[in-house]
Design a protein around this ligand. Structure first.
Ligand code: ASP
Length: 439
């Protein structure tokens, strides 16, 4: 067995956390390749090292004095090194960083140092080899990640080392300039390494015990989802259940490598398994429920719409012309509704409405705001009778008025539109009927 393990920033924020991580790695010889994030927050008021680096570099770029900021960053690492009693000095590394900042080496280079330095410390602490991600994670000149080239170079490199630390979040162009992924991108690096190592599992260690059935800010102590498919995960993450970077599933998915989300602070818990497909039934009919507030609906009516070929295209053209992406488009015989993000749409609403009039010539257009979407997701719904019935009676019991219903043809999810004010109640109603009552 070969395991690739990624640790998030809060798992590496202090020497104490590093020790937990060290124990986790040493307790299993199969944990061979380690991807660290930069040190995260030690408490609620703390700042992530990545954010400190961005702020420090902004000063350097503006020609301001940045030394105090850089010293504060160095102090974060010194504290970890001292706590682990490693005989390691970061002075030389910080001198190089200072020089590069003066030469305006770029924001990506600056941000990447958080993972780079943490990687050096981690490799030292574990006694593993350090592989600079800039030498194995490759980007094309146009900024796109070079998946195949990276896989070739990285597989070859990993073939030569038994155990290694590869910092997350960044790579480099062929000319050596550093480039980062988007924020939270160490998850992606972990997935890329898992693919190249042909790992049996990609363990992603964080500060929660996996994906939860519902948002803990709305529901007290919701259970952890034991197994979730990639598609279910996509639906839930899209609706705001964020534990893993969205792009992190692609490299491992194509190789059939499962992801196991684990909690550094509770390593005995099994966490969540993310898999392509499974015959494991989820404990409840639904796998999870999630949602987002802040949508608008644009309701368009036209007599005999159903007979008019191309009507939908013309309506959607109006949104496309103004660069607005749509979320859902439920339709009736003579009506069509387009759900959009309120903050994206607000400034352009009159222009879009005018464009719909011009392009599609409808009878009326009506815009409603402050709507929320709730997604009930579950591979089990397909084979269970009465799911929709239970959802809507639970909502009715809680006096939640349903404004829109959209069931994907995959039968993997049911999307319900409610007003923002009803959002939390709707989530509670659905949670209660499927998880607490467990019928
Ligand atoms: N340190 C980077 C960030 O804060 C990347 C990561 O942690 O995954 O976004």
């Amino acid at each position: 067995m070969r395991k690739v393990v990624k640790f998030g920033g809060s798992s590496l924020a202090s020497a104490e956390q590093f020790k937990k991580v060290g124990d986790i790695i040493h307790s299993d010889a199969e944990r061979r390749y380690v991807i660290p994030s930069a040190p995260g927050k030690r408490n609620d008021k703390d700042t992530k090292v990545t954010d400190m680096l961005y702020a420090c570099y902004a000063k350097a770029e503006a020609g301001e004095d940045f030394m105090a900021d850089l010293k504060a960053i160095q102090a974060r690492y010194e504290e970890i090194i001292a706590g682990l009693q490693l005989g390691l000095s970061m002075d030389e590394e910080f001198k190089i960083i200072e020089d590069n900042f003066r030469e305006k080496s770029g924001e990506d280079y600056a941000a990447s140092r958080g993972e780079y330095l943490n990687g050096i410390i981690m490799a030292h602490y574990l006694g593993f080899e350090f592989i600079d991600a800039a030498s194995v994670i490759i980007f094309e000149e146009n900024g796109e990640f070079a998946a195949e080239k990276t896989n070739e170079v990285l597989s070859r490199r990993l073939g030569k080392v038994e155990k290694a630390v590869i910092p997350g979040f960044y790579g480099a162009y062929e000319d050596g300039r550093v480039k980062t992924f988007s924020r939270g991108g160490s998850d992606i690096t972990g997935s890329i390494v898992a693919r190249a190592a042909r790992a049996d599992v990609y363990e992603n260690w964080t500060d929660v015990s996996g994906f939860l059935v519902a948002d803990p800010r709305i529901i007290d102590n919701p259970p952890v989802i034991e197994t979730i498919t990639y598609r279910e995960l996509r639906e839930l993450s899209y609706m705001g259940a964020a534990v893993l970077h969205e792009d992190a599933i692609f490299p491992v998915r194509r190789e059939g490598i499962p992801i196991n989300i684990r909690n550094t602070n509770a390593p005995e818990e099994k966490g969540t398994w993310i898999v392509e497909s499974t015959c494991q039934k989820s404990k409840y009919v639904i796998t999870g429920v999630a949602g987002k507030k802040g949508f608008c609906s644009v309701n368009i009516e036209k007599d005999m719409m159903n007979a008019e070929i191309g009507f939908g295209r013309k309506v959607l053209q109006a949104f496309e012309d103004y660069g607005i992406s749509f979320e859902h488009v439920p339709s009736g015989i003579d009506t069509m509704t387009v759900f959009v993000h309120q903050d994206e749409f607000m400034d352009k609403e009159q222009k879009v409405a005018a464009a719909i009039h011009r392009l599609a010539d409808p009878d009326t257009i009506e815009i409603e705001s402050d709507l929320a979407l709730v997604a009930v997701v579950g591979r089990g719904m397909k084979s269970t009778r009465g799911t929709a019935g239970r959802i809507f009676s639970a909502l009715a019991h809680k006096n939640v008025n349903v404004r829109m219903i959209d069931q994907g043809s995959s039968e993997l999810n049911i999307i319900i539109g409610v007003s923002n004010a009803d959002f939390e109640n709707a989530i509670r109603a659905i949670y209660e009927i499927f998880v607490e009552v467990q019928l």
